[in-house]
Write a protein that binds this ligand. Structure first.
Ligand SMILES: *Cc1c(COP(=O)(O)O)cnc(C)c1O
Length: 335
């Protein structure tokens, strides 16, 4: 099966399996797991922050960041389709009483700072207190321009906001721009990095920030049930993800801006042709056809299809996908 649904389907490499089997471990809630400590130091240094915390998922990592940067009745600004707003089950609102202020992303994945400014609330008892600007890089596979990161960092400071980067795929951005990842992360107060996407580790994210920030993060992680014990077995794979798997991301970008392609299907009738197939039917036929050709993608209904390249997907696989899509169009539009 060529599985293009997401880069989360990547399997750990043989080197990771070996490192996991032989990892030195201890009780991490006591701070005594040497492998986790090593991973945390490694990632903090790599992204240019004072400290880091290994957490169970990117969702937990972003939630902890929200809970630290914002208190009850505070507000964070994020993209309308940002992971932190749309795909984390409203955790900030449910568990932190934090109000989101979503704003539509621009085409390039940025939040227009003029629009953001219009949503920073004045100090007035009618309003929630705007505390945090939350960015995402890469955003739906798009790399935010370096100049934007600089401007956004300045903007946040100017308006007295904290800044958090959902950097689930920030290494994809750094590899694409051919810059050290600190060039991107130096402009935000905190950053969350996923080990379990294209970097291929089986589990985990790392939240990075100042010493004081990470001290707080420890408490929130415990409260959220994320204090894991001999999790150095997982961190061992994370160390390999950071040390050995970053450069490899370039392979996933060879055919797309970073590692994602989004597309939708438009049936003949909607093009002014003489078909009677609905979009839903066409999508279903497409998915079935692809499955028959051993290809699976993120569902196209009711939104767009998403195809993601990652570790385990080779150039010959992409060639097969491209040919299968072409074959589908030929059959579909001639029948
Ligand atoms: C995957 C992802 C996360 C974290 O997801 P988990 O599945 O909870 O690890 C956060 N932000 C973005 C943009 C993501 O793609």
């Amino acid at each position: 099966m060529i599985d293009l649904r997401s880069d989360t389907v990547t399997l750990p490499t043989p080197t990771m399996r070996e490192a996991m089997a032989t990892a030195l471990v201890g009780d991490d809630v006591y701070g005594e797991d040497p492998t986790i400590n090593k991973l945390q130091e490694l990632v903090a240094k790599r992204v240019g922050k004072e400290a880091a915390l290994f957490v169970s998922s990117g969702t937990q990592s972003n939630l902890i960041a929200l809970l630290i940067h914002c208190g009850r009745g505070d507000e964070y600004i994020a993209g309308q389709t940002a992971h932190t707003y749309m795909y984390e089950a409203g955790g900030g609102a449910v568990l932190g009483s934090i109000q989101p202020q979503p704003i539509l992303f621009e085409k390039d994945g940025t939040l227009d700072l003029g629009k953001v400014e219009n949503h920073v609330k004045a100090d007035d008892p009618h309003f929630a207190r705007t505390r945090l600007l939350c960015l995402e890089n890469t955003q739906a596979g798009k790399v935010l321009p370096m100049s934007y990161m600089v401007e956004a960092g300045k903007f946040a400071k100017l308006h007295g906001l904290s800044s958090h980067l959902d950097g689930a795929r920030v290494f994809n951005a750094a590899v694409k721009l051919k810059v050290d990842v600190t060039e991107i992360t130096q402009h935000v107060d905190s950053v969350s990095v996923c080990l379990s996407k294209g970097l291929s580790a089986p589990v985990g994210s790392v939240l990075c920030g100042s010493n004081q920030f990470i001290k707080s993060a420890h408490r929130w992680r415990k409260m959220l049930g994320g204090g894991m014990r001999q999790a150095g077995i997982l961190a061992a794979a994370g160390i390999i993800a950071i040390n050995d798997m970053v450069e490899r991301l370039a392979e996933d970008h060879a055919n797309v801006q970073t590692n994602m392609v989004f597309f939708s299907l438009v049936p003949p009738l909607q093009r002014g042709g003489v078909g009677s197939t609905s979009t839903k039917e066409m999508i279903s036929k497409f998915s079935t056809f692809m499955a028959e050709h051993d290809i699976i993608m993120d569902d196209g209904y009711p939104k767009k299809f998403r195809a993601v390249t990652h570790y385990g997907i080779e150039a010959v696989d992409i060639e097969h996908v491209v040919q299968s899509v072409a074959e589908f169009s030929r059959q579909f539009f001639t029948n």
